[in-house]
Write a protein that binds this ligand. Sequence first.
Ligand SMILES: [Zn+2]
Length: 346
Amino acid sequence: MFSRIVGNDSVKIILRRLIANQRVPASLLLTGDDGIGKKLFALELARSAICLAQIDGEACGNCSACTRSASFTMPDPEDRDAYKRVIFSSHPDVGIVAPYKRNISVDAIRHLESEANFRPYEASARFFIIDEADKMNDPASNALLKTLEEPPETSHIFLTTSRPDSLLPTIRSRCQVIRFAPVSTTAIEEYLFHHLAFSHDEARLSARLSRGSIQRAVSLNVKKFRQRRDKMLRVLTSAIDARDQVELLKTSEELNDAKNKEHFEENLDTLQSLIHDVWLVSIGGHPDRIANTDVADQLIKLAQWASPSALSAWVNEINLLRENLSVNINRKIASDALFIGMTARA
Ligand SMILES: [Zn+2]
């Protein structure tokens, strides 16, 4: 049932109406940030359409069609061949095409095309979800375009993406688009507290740091996060207060050592969120809007010493560094330069 998915209530209304009026389009494009439930919604839409005991445009959740279509065994992420095909749920009319590493192969789309031309086995229509559709390469995109141009009568194709601009415009124009908003902090906090047994404190912190992504909130390991964030808080304190270059270079080295290397980008994100909090207070924002609620006192103190323009310049520097990561820069040199630059401009 849609009500089991957190957030995006206006989307729920649209989807229920599509089902109730039997007007589910042949091709739908679900867009919005990562981790806010687009795939869940796409699956739920398919499930509602094939449910044997539908209630007001909703899947009942209990019938055999509902339970089987909810059951997917996703292949091993290293099993390249398995991703060259549609991955079917336990229901033969609901399947997913998903990327292998960073690519959706043309083979998978061709398999989808041939499957979409079969009549449904049990339901009145077949449903195919292409998850992270922006990961289709050119041959895959062109193959899909062919299918969308001549849509099989009894098949529906739902594409999900956080980067709709990366899709071929001709694919976009053939799909009805449904946009998802980030999930509200309060909705995420309540969900974590009531359904996942997070403590009040943890639920609040995770929700604030999730940037509207339920997936990010759920996967945050609060204890480990706090340990890493302490390090980033030291960076910020060293830059703003002590202007301690030796300490900063030491931290830069730590961030790049074997133990911490894989968390490099995550650490940048964390540093950025701390800087954002300090900046927010420094321009007179209400402390209630601080994301890192549990260290608010320290951040408010730092805000007294830092200049808002320096803080926003740091955020830009971090964005630049992040962009450069994809071109294989030397991370150690880059983070040294970032930190030293911060003491110069604090
Ligand atoms: Zn059902």
